[in-house]
Design a binder for this molecule. Sequence first.
Ligand code: DQA
Length: 148
Amino acid sequence: MNNKIIIINGPNLNLLGEREQSQYGTITFKKLKENCLSKSKELGLSVEFTQSNVEGEIVNLIQDSIKKFDGIIINAAAFTHTSVAIRDALNIYKKPIIELHISNIFKREEFRHKSLISDIVSGGIFGLGANGYILAIIAMQKLLKNEN
Ligand code: DQA
């Protein structure tokens, strides 16, 4: 049976293509979703691509993932730097988790240098643009097949 993964996107990522193109490039959220679905299909993964601007909804998505998904790829966006609730939820999830950021958070304002989730995830990708999502899907497939 295919492995099932979920990609969780946090606040404002629905506005990709419109927001701060110098940080996030010109790709739209819709196109990003299409690219992720197509790469996952190519690799034989089932993927659910989600986005929420609401912290509690992201906590619910993570809790629901315990039974439903074999791995989580998460760009928690601004909540990366603030949310103990999202950290705690991820800490309960015992399967692979990849943290993702489109921009290089360490090259930006100091408040973005701190991630509340980096020390509890399997690994992370940052600063490689929207292509980071494709790299994360490839990495997740390898983690799930124990090829890492
Ligand atoms: C981001 C980086 C965060 O600091 C920011 O709040 C975002 C997007 C990224 O993908 O580079 O919204 O997670």
